[in-house]
Design a binder for this molecule. Structure first.
Ligand code: DQA
Length: 151
């Protein structure tokens, strides 16, 4: 089997409050629901030939566990939206630093256009790249980037 015939496994990990997408501050995050986000990622995965699994948690320990799972192998790349932990969590950064596969950081909104406390990302300097400001489209673009990275 050639490299291009192998289906790459990609985890899309979402941090706190993202399950409430659609009802949470729609003027900032848009009206698409979390289920819409999952469907968009799965459709993009099918189009790009990636095996995509989307998860969300409000529990930082669970998020860290998922990063440890990726570090343990069997996953080819990740798309991470650490949400508020982006700006606060050295623990999430330290877990992301253990990944030997590439990840793309995504945000629905553009944190750089928002409050100053959102201008710092603990994870961005570890990411292959950051895509922000396109709503659910940020995830589609991130998966496109991931397909190029691992394809
Ligand atoms: C977010 C931006 C963060 O600042 C915020 O805390 C979130 C969502 C985004 O996707 O735009 O919860 O990561």
């Amino acid at each position: 089997m050639t490299r291009s015939e192998v289906t790459r496994r990609v985890l899309v990990l979402n941090g706190p409050n993202l399950r409430r997408l659609g009802t949470r501050e729609p003027e900032i995050y848009g009206t698409a629901s979390y289920d819409d986000l999952v469907a968009a990622c799965e459709t993009a995965g099918t189009e790009l030939g990636l095996s995509v699994e989307v998860r969300q948690t409000d529990d930082e320990a669970e998020f860290l566990g998922w990063l440890h799972e990726i570090a343990g192998g069997g996953v080819d790349a990740a798309v991470l939206n650490p949400a508020a932990w982006t700006h606060t969590s050295v623990a999430v950064r330290d877990a992301a630093a253990q990944l030997s596969v590439p990840f793309v950081e995504v945000h629905l909104s553009n944190p750089l256009r928002r409050e100053e406390f959102r201008h710092t990302s603990y994870t961005a300097s570890l990411a292959a790249g950051v895509i922000a400001g396109f709503g659910v489209g940020s995830y589609r673009l991130a998966l496109r980037a991931v397909a190029d990275l691992v394809g």
